[in-house]
Ligand binder design. Structure first.
Ligand SMILES: *Cc1c(COP(=O)(O)O)cnc(C)c1O
Length: 464
């Protein structure tokens, strides 16, 4: 019954690793027949959605984000609303206590967002004018803007494109007598090589602020990221795996530092060891960064689910990785050494145009989105954005720095990050975290959608 064409495409299918064995077929048995036919090797005969193909078979209904369960989540929130106690009080204390416990840190301070968790940490570690702070080039703006906000100068460290993380081999060459701190970012929720980074920091006597704003509950050697450095910062913004809408936290074991952070987030009013004389009044420079009781109530509800969701993301990410890692031209994320758990804020992989018959990443993304798989090309290059020049040209920077240190062209040259450039402009593909809360069949769907695109790469390249 089989046509030669089918046999050929089946062989091709096996070669590209899409048919990873009997297990795959068994896994498919739960979904409908037309899709099952497709995965058994008809991919080049199937028209991709981007070329007008009608995906008649199984289509995942992706889990929505954020999760809100009326039954379990609303009681506490309503109690807060009805009590009229809306400003920082017992629930925020409880939230901080539970977060510290969950992360395995002595103390936690909740603040309005991750950006200000970073700003506060840098300020209270005494990072400021004249200092240089090393930061990963592949990250979100707030990892870098906190450095400028403190008055220091960001120095970009290039990444290892396979892990997406700061490359430890490229740190020491960037250290100067002005270097004060490192901000390792556990970007995409995959831990960076924090053990090596800590060893380098120790050797050069540098402070470490971990940007764990995408890495809730991620672990290296069983220890949660965010607890390795002098401070760890988290974000609870709406898209994040631990979503409050807005919110952030700082964790640390250093009581004196945490007391200062508390004071700073509360107008500079006395707290713990910052108290000094009882009648001293406001004791230090401060601002106001407190979260509300209703934010804490939402956070406490989300926290209940975080462990289970994190396990599921890890399982699905490992499974999806196993399904796509043999597709030529697709290189799934690689974890840094000693990772015992990742957070998977995103599921990243590298896309190699040359192995997809020259189909550009842009067209690949368009085709994958058309199959109903949400995806994007991720970050653009931070180290080339105008905000850096803007800071160097500002009155503040010009007043406090000698001209030589504000030579932007020289700075831009010294801060080139070729691997980051490739990652941003050519290689990276992201699938968002909520997708990883789906079923195994959903992961199979993604793998097969990628396979379908690969088998039709030439056609897609020429037609869209
Ligand atoms: C989200 C994020 C931040 C900032 O957190 P907000 O709560 O949005 O202010 C900082 N760093 C990284 C890596 C992030 O992803």
């Amino acid at each position: 019954m089989k046509s030669p064409k089918k046999d050929l495409s089946r062989r091709k299918f096996i070669k590209t690793g899409l048919l990873t064995g009997v297990g795959t077929i068994v896994g498919m048995s739960s979904i409908n027949t037309s899709f099952a036919n497709y995965v058994s090797g008809m991919s080049s005969a199937v028209t991709p959605a981007v070329l007008g193909g009608d995906p008649k078979g199984y289509r995942p209904g992706w889990p929505s984000w954020p999760v809100w369960k009326s039954d379990s989540d609303e009681r506490r929130l309503l109690e807060v609303m009805r009590s009229g106690v809306w400003s920082r009080n017992k629930l925020v204390d409880e939230f901080e206590h539970k977060w510290a416990q969950m992360i395995g840190s002595k103390r936690c301070l909740a603040v309005v967002n991750g950006t200000n968790a970073l700003n506060t940490s840098l300020a209270q570690l005494g990072i400021g004018w004249g200092d240089e702070v090393l930061v990963s080039s592949y990250t979100f703006i707030a990892s870098v803007s906190c450095i400028l906000f403190s008055g220091a100068i960001p120095i970009f460290v290039d990444v290892d494109p396979e892990t997406f993380q700061m490359d430890p081999d490229k740190i020491e060459e960037k250290i100067t007598p002005n270097t004060k701190a490192i901000i390792p970012v556990h970007i995409l929720g995959l831990p960076c090589d924090i053990e090596r980074i800590m060893a380098i920091a120790k050797k050069h006597d540098l402070l470490v602020v971990e940007d764990s704003c995408q890495a809730w509950l991620a672990e290296v050697n069983g220890k949660k990221v965010g607890t390795f450095g002098n401070a760890g910062c988290y974000s609870f913004q709406n898209s994040k795996n631990m979503a409050i809408g807005e919110g952030g936290a700082i964790v640390s074991d250093d009581d004196e530092f945490m007391d200062r952070c508390y004071s700073y987030h509360n107008y500079g009013n006395p707290y713990g060891s910052t108290a000094g004389q009882i009648s001293a009044g406001t004791v230090m420079i401060g601002t106001k960064l407190r979260i509300t009781e209703y934010q804490a109530a939402i956070g406490l509800a989300q926290m209940e689910r975080l462990k289970g969701q994190t396990e599921l993301r890890n399982e699905n990410a490992a499974y999806l990785k196993s399904r796509i890692q043999n597709i030529e031209g697709i290189v799934p994320y690689k974890l840094t050494p000693n990772v015992t758990k990742a957070a998977f804020h995103l599921f990243p992989f590298l896309y190699k145009t040359d192995d997809f018959k020259g189909l550009s990443r842009e067209k690949f993304l368009k085709a994958l989105n058309a199959e109903g798989v949400p995806c994007s090309g991720g970050y653009t290059e931070l180290n080339k954005m105008p905000f850096l020049k803007n800071a160097f040209n500002s009155k503040f920077y010009q007043k406090f720095y000698p001209k030589e240190r504000l030579d932007y062209d020289k700075y831009a040259e010294e801060n080139k990050c070729p691997m980051n450039e490739k990652l941003c402009n050519e290689l990276a593909v992201w699938i968002p975290q909520n997708i990883l809360l789906g079923s195994k069949s959903d992961m199979d769907y993604i793998a097969n959608a990628i396979g379908k695109i690969r088998d039709n790469a030439e056609k897609i390249k020429n037609k869209i």
